[in-house]
Design a protein around this ligand. Sequence first.
Ligand code: FES
Length: 111
Amino acid sequence: MPDPGPDAELRWVDVPIEIPAEGQVATFEVGDLALLLCNAAGTPYVLHDQCPHVRVSMAGALIRGTLLECPLHGGLMDVRDGSPQGMPIRRPGTCYAVRSEGDALQVAVPA
Ligand code: FES
């Protein structure tokens, strides 16, 4: 999915799964959008669940600090902004804003 860009209309939706253990990820979907919930040292981040290298799911990835390591080839990406941090990932991943709303964690997805 292309980056919606700063002017795209967004809507906040509840994340329907529990935050995984620190350093781990969990997958979920909003409509047909595949997403990856990351726990980076206690802070949740949501990325598009598609590695920028060859577009596979990153289920099973591990996180050290804020670096997510793709389970297929070991490429690295920063969960804070999707920036590539280690080969073979060259292009940025797509990140989605998160917020806490009451007891719920919410993510902003394209409307
Ligand atoms: S598929 Fe993720 S680094 Fe190759």
